[in-house]
Write a protein that binds this ligand. Structure first.
Ligand SMILES: [Zn+2]
Length: 364
């Protein structure tokens, strides 16, 4: 069997690690371009004048969308200014833009997530949208980011909904890895999973169960604690390696299906993925014990367990049927599950996930 796993070059996490950025830039090149949103520039970067006012860092304001127009603009800047180190600081779209531009121009990229809401920072792929925000394509880079730098002071100060959503994305990692392993499906980097990848995915799930609630409480109080450190690592590093090197399945397929309904757009990626995890457990006939464990975890930290929690109505079968059909479209990762897959079985699993979520809430 041909196995494959991919990893970021360096992963640095801790309080105040942002202070290491000037030395890091010196090691990698001479002149850096830092891309960040307006709110990150005014809310975070302005708080570190010693780091970001250096002569060899040019700070550039992100236009808000990872689209071809913005990619062309940044690529032009890299050439015009003689940039040899790219930095993306902020959320998913800024980071993806930085990863693609660095790949296009053949320079190293430093990724600095300011929230722990998804597992995208460590991955070697990025999503491009049209200028109007509609999904266009996924681009794969030649390699994963050179450096991923996570400053815990910055993450602890971010609203807690982000870290909870990141735990929803991380919750999918083990279950999707296990599904791909069971069905001998390919992972996201074009091979079968390694033992390293599978153990990282399992560690990700165990870390969530053990420290998830305490990390949420720490984040609600803007505190850095060991639990917060473990969960930030789980959300960004373990989940990032896990999904890319072990594969995705039902949770992300259902997420993609849910995005066709406008009502779900106010909910974050990881929130919809979490509901997709519950759907996957019902679809594949997981044990009562396992299902209870996952629902209890979601309830404890406030992840969705019903359709109403992601803006949808379980009585609206017409709409949910559309979600099930979209989830089952050709090439979907739903086919990595060991189960009979068609829009009817998927719709039933979605409704069962919701019904059990409602039932448990009634009892509580
Ligand atoms: Zn995800």
């Amino acid at each position: 069997m041909r196995v494959k796993a991919v990893f970021p070059g360096h992963y640095i996490q801790g309080c105040g690690v942002i202070g290491e950025l000037p030395d890091l830039i010196d090691k990698l090149g001479n002149r850096a371009l830092l891309l960040a949103s307006k709110s990150v520039i005014s809310g975070i970067i302005s708080g570190y004048p010693d780091v970001f006012s250096l002569r060899n860092i040019s700070v550039d304001k992100f236009n808000g969308e990872c689209c071809h127009k913005e990619l062309d603009r940044i690529n032009g800047k890299i050439r015009d200014l003689g940039i040899d180190v790219m930095i993306g600081m902020g959320g998913g779209k800024v980071i993806d833009t930085a990863k693609i531009c660095a790949d296009n121009t053949g320079i190293p990229v430093i990724v600095i997530p300011t929230i722990a809401s998804t597992d995208a920072p460590c991955s070697g792929c990025a999503v491009v949208y049209r200028e109007n925000g509609v999904f266009e394509e996924v681009l794969y880079q030649k390699s994963n980011p050179t450096v991923v730098m996570v400053d815990l002071d910055i993450i602890a100060a971010s609203p807690h909904r982000f870290i909870v959503s990141g735990m929803g994305d991380a919750l999918a990692t083990w279950f999707e890895a296990r599904s791909c392993y069971r069905t001998m499906s390919m992972n996201e980097c074009g091979g079968h999973s390694t033992g390293a990848g599978m153990n990282i995915a399992r560690l990700c799930y165990d870390t969530l169960l053990e420290y998830g609630l305490m990390a949420k409480i720490a984040n609600e109080n803007s505190l850095v604690s060991p639990a917060l450190e473990y969960i930030v690592e789980a959300n960004i590093l373990l989940s990032g390696i896990g999904f890319e090197s072990c594969g995705i399945a039902c949770a992300h397929a259902v997420h993609n299906g849910l995005t066709i309904l406008q009502e779900s757009h106010d909910y974050y990626h990881g929130e919809k993925v979490a509901f997709g995890v519950l759907t996957g457990l019902h679809l594949t006939g997981s044990s009562k014990e396992e299902i209870d464990e996952v629902y209890s975890f979601c309830e404890s930290i406030g992840l969705p367990t019903t359709l109403a929690d992601i803006g949808l109505d379980y009585r609206d079968r017409m709409q949910l049927q559309k979600v099930a059909i979209e989830t089952c479209k050709p090439g979907s990762s739903i086919y990595n599950e060991a189960s009979q897959i068609n829009p009817d079985t998927v719709l039933n699993a979605i409704l069962m996930a919701d019904a059990m979520g409602r039932q448990r809430r009634k009892k509580a």
